[in-house]
Design a binder for this molecule. Structure first.
Ligand SMILES: [Zn+2]
Length: 277
């Protein structure tokens, strides 16, 4: 049980018709909470950090911690760089030992997305790592002011991209959104099914926070193998810390540390249970 490649975990999930949870982390306590849940559930997970979070959680500090946590864990864990945009940061993650990276070229025209993704697939291959690509526009926001409107992944484009871009996993847009859902998400499972029928690589669902168990299970039944959870962990950590502070007349760092770990642990555990049903 150790640090593994992401495609290995997605292959195992496919064989069992389940989803593999990919949990975003931003500090040591989040890493500890996620790993604790994986170990207790005896279930592999993906630990990941997104490029846009590096301002608060520097890659050169987080990366070695995530990799070491995976190496020392009794669970199998892949370490993934989420929503990579710059080649320099993607390369840095690979140099730190991440077993998987994402290149998010979803805002580019298809031909340019293919070309750039292909170039990054060669870099990832040099390091023996996997690559996730994205097509379509996942809506919502992650703390920024702008709301992005969903553009559904076109199945024909998904086929072309997955064949030409050298990817090991494909993130799709089927009505899923990053951050908080303002209203109930309307997921197009028919689009997902169509993509899954023609595309050979495992599919990834971003923006899982706020979806209910039934929606997760329907997504998994229709081909999703990697499910990203970020906002829900950040929220549960914050809620747990806030109730710890409110219920303690003299809060301490050590109490805060435990509240953070526990908040993430509960959220990760709950999602692993749903993805394994
Ligand atoms: Zn995402």
């Amino acid at each position: 049980m150790t640090l593994v490649r992401m495609d290995e975990l997605l292959k195992r999930a496919a064989a069992k018709h389940i989803g593999c949870g990919a949990f975003n982390v931003g500090n040591m306590e989040m890493v500890m909470g996620a790993v604790k849940a994986a170990e207790e559930m005896k279930c592999p997970i993906i630990l990941q950090i997104a490029e846009r979070r590096l301002k608060h959680s520097p890659l050169e500090l987080m990366g070695p911690m995530m990799v070491q946590a995976a190496i020392e864990s009794s669970a199998d864990i892949a370490v993934h760089f989420d929503h990579g945009i710059s080649i320099s940061n993607i390369r840095k993650a690979l140099e730190l030992g991440f077993t998987s990276v994402m290149f998010d070229g979803s805002g580019l025209p298809l031909a340019e997305n293919i070309e750039k993704t292909k170039a990054i697939s060669l870099i990832a291959a040099e390091f023996g790592a996997c690559l996730e690509g994205e097509l379509g526009v996942v809506g919502g926001n992650e703390g920024e002011d702008v709301m992005i409107k969903t553009e559904y992944t076109n199945p024909a484009d998904a086929l072309e991209y997955s064949r030409a871009a050298g990817i090991d996993a494909l993130a799709v847009a089927i009505g899923n959104a990053h951050g908080h859902y303002i209203c109930e998400p309307e997921l197009k499972f028919d689009v997902l099914r169509e993509i899954d029928e023609i595309v050979d690589v495992p599919l990834v669902l971003h923006g899982g926070s706020g979806m209910n168990a039934q929606q997760f299970q329907e997504a998994i039944q229709n081909g999703i193998r990697k499910v990203n959870i970020a906002t829900a962990s950040f929220q549960e950590l914050t809620r747990n810390v806030s109730s710890y502070v409110k219920s303690n007349s003299a809060p301490t760092y050590f109490g805060l540390n435990e509240a953070m770990v526990e908040g993430v642990y509960h959220n990760v555990k709950r999602h692993i249970e749903i993805f394994n049903m």
